[in-house]
Design a protein around this ligand. Structure first.
Ligand code: NDP
Length: 316
């Protein structure tokens, strides 16, 4: 086998990928981890994590991921800072190609590609992306010190982002399309008791408004539509944070593996096995229901154990 052949290839980092790496490394399977476009995954753009067991005072997402990376490296897992953009699971060993076109082969693959932020789909949102429109309060909140911002969404992420942004912004308008929140009661109560957060319920952004001067662009407001009255009103503000959920990063596996309508990979019940023996899926790429850091880590552990047992069966 070539230098580019591995027994275990893990695509993607995050709690799922790192936990899979930890277990397979400790089983002397020398896993290789492709870190992908966002090394560390979604927790790299998360503020304090208060619901990952073991951290009494909570821990920041980036610190948790850096600690996980160091832990797996201690046992010999090897990170490659490239993104897998193409696979061929039709023949064995499985083939994978990175974004530079380099080919790798592997006896087993653990898919831990996670999910990416979704956007509203407005042309004006795209126009001002990175110029006032963001999906990451931790990354960009700092730029809105003393300014007015909006957060879109009714889930825990939107609540967390809204609260976090009050540390920087003078006012946060939380926009949700229904008048009931999907987020947990604790998070909603925290938002409702924060005097800097105003609510715009049963409302959606109809248009992002801004100014352009050559290459310079900036958001100056939004056209906010009240879904109950149909009224559209201009709200002046400086930044918009979209927190409306995520889409699994599974496009490259289309045609090889089964997935649901949204793109979540389908695995056998109570296991991480896909329909192809030797290919396993864990974390947010296959979990549309729980989607927690701790459940991702749990399924990463399951994938590693499934890989170990699969390799044992090959030995006979
Ligand atoms: P969710 O899927 O839970 O929520 C997405 C929100 O966006 C919903 O309120 C949804 O509205 C709204 N939405 C979706 N599409 C649109 C659209 N096109 N226009 C307007 N609004 C839209 O995603 P989250 O990212 O909030 O959370 C994902 C998971 O992560 C959850 O399980 C959550 O509990 C967990 N999480 C936990 C945290 C913590 O405990 N610290 C922090 C962050 C996330 P509607 O409700 O009408 O469908």
């Amino acid at each position: 086998m070539s230098d580019n052949h591995n027994k275990v290839t893990i695509i993607g980092t995050g709690p799922a990928g790192f936990t899979a790496a930890l277990y397979t490394a400790r089983a002397n399977l020398n896993p290789v981890i492709f870190e992908g476009t966002q090394p560390g995954g979604q927790l790299m753009i998360t503020t304090d994590i208060e619901n990952y067991p073991g951290f009494e005072e909570g821990i920041s997402g980036p610190l948790l991921m850096e600690t996980m990376r160091k832990q797996v490296q201690r046992f010999g897992a090897h990170s490659i800072y490239a993104t897998i953009t193409k696979v061929d699971f039709n023949s064995k060993p499985f083939k994978l190609w990175d974004d530079s076109g380099k080919e790798y082969t592997s006896d087993t693959v653990i898919i831990a590609t996670g999910a990416s932020a979704m956007y509203l789909g407005l042309e004006s949102e795209k126009e001002y992306m990175g110029f006032g429109v963001s999906a990451c309060a931790t990354c960009d909140g700092f730029f809105y010190r003393g300014k007015k911002v909006a957060v879109v969404g009714g889930g825990d992420t939107a609540m967390e982002e809204a609260n976090y942004l009050t540390h920087h912004a003078s006012e946060v308008l939380l926009i949700h399309r229904r008048d009931e929140f999907r987020a947990s009661k604790f998070m909603v109560d925290r938002v409702k008791s924060n005097p800097k957060i105003k609510l715009a319920l049963s409302s959606v952004i109809d248009e992002v408004v801004g100014v352009k001067d050559g290459m310079k662009k900036s958001v100056t407001g939004i056209q906010l539509k009240n879904l109950k009255t149909g009224e559209i009103k201009l709200h002046e503000l400086d930044g918009i944070f979209i927190a409306i959920g995520h889409k699994p990063n599974t496009d490259i596996f289309k045609g090889f593996l089964d997935m649901d309508d949204v793109g979540y990979l389908i695995t056998e019940k109570s296991s991480t096995k896909t329909k192809i023996p030797g290919i396993f899926a864990c974390g947010d790429a296959q979990d549309s229901y729980y989607r927690q850091a701790i459940t991702a880590a749990g399924t990463g552990c399951m994938a590693a154990i499934d890989v170990e047992r699969y390799l044992e069966t090959l030995k006979g």
